[in-house]
Design a protein around this ligand. Structure first.
Ligand code: NAP
Length: 441
């Protein structure tokens, strides 16, 4: 029986699904010891910091991760930062395989003038801020203006726009961070625009998310019926796939839904490419201009026409990139890899999975099949088990590790704080506080 030691870096969906796939690959001939390394004292990754608070069903996948964590072959090493506490080289030297499941936490830039003005942010800051990520708890979003503009036509843009546009009472019983809930209750934003650079037939939203919009209880959602009919005409006669058909139907349903006259509005705009973000003399955002695009024979053609929206907040949600790690080169925002095998690894034992491998695409469940495929390669590549030190031995005794039992204390404290309020949990947003709860008697 061979016993292999695998280090998985990042306790988010890709990391847990990798651990799960490894557990499932154990048999009479091989077993695994899986060390799950997480920078924060709190695991969960995108499930905790990415999924919108008003979408609790998506978070139920956390139950699967709890089961994985409870497996005797899995050990959580929280509060361990690859790059400062440990080097990649150390892990490669000491483990049979190392899997980078570190996601894609950096927002892509629009690359237009005015992007760095105050009031212009990336969804990569806004989403973790409202979800209580410790790195973003002190971020400042000015919600004193009436108009917010969200750039992008993917589900992240949709989440940002919906959260800005809904009545914050709809968030009262969620696990949104307290600081964000208070800020949304005081928000003056009443008109939120979500702006796509291409047509309705090109949006990256999924139909399930679109169908949620008319369910908002205190927000009128506007989609121009003509724009959808024109898109339907453009695709008419083509063989269109189910997803596109569902999207266009969902968009049409929104456009046709009678407006109630709410004071809160969410409006979708199409065929507008961001051109420049404008600011006042103090350097604060006061508008954004777009080049009007035309779609002809499936081609996007920029016109001379410009549309300007006055606004005080711009959130760009146009995709993500991975953060670099010394020893693992990034190419186009992800670790350079072939099917998950990282290119140029010294001992051919470095792998990547999830968004760090394939870029920011797919839903959380997509990482399961992705992890299964990468684990197949790992198993294929394994030779004889190598001797090496564990994370604990590499770190020494002074380093405070947040293991599964310590994380469970944090989790229980959060859940207990939420219970009297009818909330799933009240999130702890400070690393120091999380650690003090974890080590309390
Ligand atoms: P995405 O789905 O790739 O969407 C990115 C959007 O940004 C696209 O509409 C793209 O338009 C647009 N864009 C890119 N560059 C732009 C530019 N320079 N100017 C204007 N628009 C630009 O990415 P995402 O929304 O970040 O989502 C990432 C993944 O997470 C997706 O697979 C998504 O479905 C998933 N997710 C799922 C859920 C859920 O299931 N509830 C929630 C959140 C995220 P073009 O198409 O024209 O390039």
């Amino acid at each position: 029986m061979n016993k292999y030691r695998i280090a998985v870096v990042g306790a988010g969906p890709a990391g847990y699904f990798t651990a799960q796939a490894l557990i499932n690959s154990a048999d009479e001939s091989r077993q695994f010891q899986i060390d799950l390394i997480e920078r924060l004292p709190i695991p969960g990754g995108l499930v905790r910091w990415g999924v919108a608070p008003d979408h609790p069903k998506i978070k139920t996948v956390g139950k699967v991760f709890e089961k994985v964590a409870a497996d005797p072959s899995v050990k959580l090493w929280g509060n361990v930062n690859l790059g400062t506490d440990l080097t990649l080289e150390q892990l490669e030297d000491n483990y049979d395989a190392v899997v980078l499941a570190t996601g894609a936490p950096i927002g892509r830039k629009l690359g237009i003038p005015g992007e760095d003005l105050r009031g212009s942010h990336s969804a990569a800051e806004f989403v973790p801020w409202y979800n209580g990520h410790p790195d973003f708890k002190d971020a400042n979003f000015d919600l004193n203006g009436e108009v917010a503009v969200v750039i992008g036509a993917g589900n992240v843009a949709m989440d940002c726009a919906r959260i800005l546009a809904l009545d914050p009472h709809e968030l009262d019983t969620t696990d949104i961070a307290d600081h964000a809930l208070a800020k949304f209750h005081a928000s003056h934003i009443r008109n939120t625009y979500i702006v796509a650079r291409r047509g309705p037939e090109h949006v990256a939203f999924t139909a399930a998310e679109l169908r949620d919009l008319p369910k908002l209880e205190h927000t009128d959602v506007h989609v121009d019926e003509d724009a959808i009919n024109q898109a339907l005409a453009r695709v008419h006669g083509e063989e269109i796939d189910k997803d596109l058909k569902n999207n266009l139907e969902a968009l049409l349903a929104i456009s046709e839904k009678p407006k109630v006259g709410h004071t809160r509005h969410l409006e979708m705009m199409f065929s507008l490419a961001p051109k420049e973000i404008h600011g006042d003399e103090s350097g604060k955002v006061n508008g954004i201009s777009f080049t009007v695009n035309r779609i002809e024979n499936g081609e996007l053609i920029a016109t001379d026409e410009t549309v300007t929206l006055g606004c005080s907040l711009v959130i760009s949600a146009i995709g993500y990139e991975s953060a670099g790690i010394e020893g693992a080169p990034l190419v186009r925002g992800k670790f350079e890899n072939i099917d998950g095998r990282v290119v140029g690894s010294r001992f051919n034992n470095l792998y990547t999975v999830g968004w760090a491998k394939r870029g920011p695409s797919g839903v959380i469940g997509t990482n399961k099949s992705d992890a299964t495929e990468v684990v197949k390669l790992i198993v294929e590549d394994l030779a004889s088990p190598r001797a090496g030190k564990s994370v604990g031995e590499l770190l020494g005794t002074d380093h405070l590790i947040i293991d599964q039992s310590k994380w469970e204390k944090i989790n229980s404290a959060e859940v207990a704080a939420g219970e009297p309020l009818g909330r799933p949990r009240v999130k702890i947003t400070s690393i120091d506080e999380a650690i003090s709860v974890a080590i309390s008697e």
